[in-house]
Ligand binder design. Structure first.
Ligand code: UT7
Length: 329
């Protein structure tokens, strides 16, 4: 083994075609476009078809990322899928993606760190390449949150959407390393302020689970909001320290797209000018582990992020978990 540098060679993203607007939602639950926009900044979100799963969304994003990285699927040595909505509890969703895209030489596993999943995935992938063990790793953040939302609960169902984003990490010379710093953390004390209570071994599926909707996402929004702002700003600050950079060195902040108020509060705490903070939560809602890679890929497609620029990813989610990575694109 010989230490290697790491870079993001390519990205891709995919959202399902079907769009659900706030007005559509106001026909299902007692809500309004005005409430949702004012409290969250969300205007619409994309919703997968019944027969379209997290592995399908992942595969679409993956193929685009592989093409943009200029490698073949056979060159992939590892696929990591970060998700809280796997196709099945077992086996892992990454193996299903492998099958769908034909990445026959890849090892596969999924990673569960809630909305922070992609940021965790980048850290794992970067560590595995940096150590010299791997050359090409595909990291995907993907969710079909519409499958775990309680569509009668207006406090949660208006927030979430489906989609996937992916990045191919490749090895480079150590002196060209583009993974500049990071920070990951968790506080299991608050694991039940944002969770899906049943479906695991603690509360296996039963009629009671279905009757009481314990298989749907449940959240204490106010508590999560507070922890989100604190968790993301602290984590970003630690990652900057580790990278020996200041916020002025950063060209773009790509924060987890949960709520525009949370993103703005984090930007203000970090003292980042608002034009450096990307926002697309208005069009996609909260896509959990997919939100950071969808936003990043969209920025690249629009020509906003250019090679050589420094980008700070920061996210927060159930666990609780939080994390930040700083890369040079
Ligand atoms: O990825 C991480 C996962 N989650 C998050 O990041 C979410 C973090 N939390 C939030 O974004 C916000 O807390 C929410 C958007 C979820 C809620 O915003 P809020 O400003 O904290 O509102 P609230 O929960 O205090 O609710 C205010 C009022 C309540 O009515 P009363 O008690 O004042 O009469 C709610 O019942 O708004 C009501 N309400 C709604 N009204 C219309 C709650 N949801 C809705 C709704 N439409 N969809």
């Amino acid at each position: 083994m010989k230490f290697q540098g790491v870079k993001i060679a390519g990205t891709g993203s995919y959202v399902p075609e079907k769009v659900l607007t706030n007005d559509d939602l106001s026909k299902i639950v007692d809500t309004s476009d005005e409430w949702i926009v004012t409290r969250t900044g969300i205007k619409e979100r994309h919703i997968a078809e019944d027969d379209q799963f997290t592995s399908d969304l992942s595969s679409e994003a993956a193929l685009k990322a592989i093409a943009s990285a200029g490698i073949t699927v056979e060159e992939l040595q590892l696929i990591i899928v970060a998700t809280l909505t796997p196709d099945k509890t077992f086996p892992n969703t990454a193996s299903l993606v492998q099958k769908k895209i034909g990445a026959v030489n890849a090892a596969c596993f999924s990673l569960e760190a809630g909305c922070t999943g992609f940021v965790y995935g980048l850290e794992v992938g970067a560590g595995m390449i940096g150590s010299g063990l791997y050359k090409n790793i595909l990291v995907i953040g993907a969710e079909k949150l519409s499958s775990v939302v309680d569509w009668t609960d207006r406090t949660t169902c208006v927030l979430f959407g489906d989609g996937a984003g992916a990045a191919v990490l490749t090895a480079t010379e150590v002196e060209n390393n583009a993974y500049l710093g990071s920070d990951l953390g968790s506080s299991g004390e608050q694991h039940d302020i944002l969770h899906i209570p049943a479906g695991g071994c603690a509360i296996p599926f039963s009629q009671k689970v279905v009757d009481e909707k314990l298989n749907t996402l449940q959240m204490n929004g106010k508590e999560v909001f507070k922890h989100a702002v604190k968790g993301m700003s602290n984590s970003a600050t630690k990652a900057l320290e580790e990278a020996n950079l200041t916020v002025d060195d950063i060209d773009w902040v790509v924060a987890h797209q949960a709520n525009v108020r949370i993103i703005n509060a984090v930007g203000q705490k970090l003292n980042v000018p608002s034009e450096k903070v990307y926002i697309n939560v208005d069009r996609f809602g909260n896509t959990s582990a997919a939100s950071v890679p969808i936003a990043f890929d969209e920025m690249i497609q629009k020509g906003l992020v250019k090679r050589g620029q420094k980008v700070l990813f920061v996210a927060f989610g159930g666990g609780l978990t939080w994390g930040a990575n700083i890369i040079e694109y």
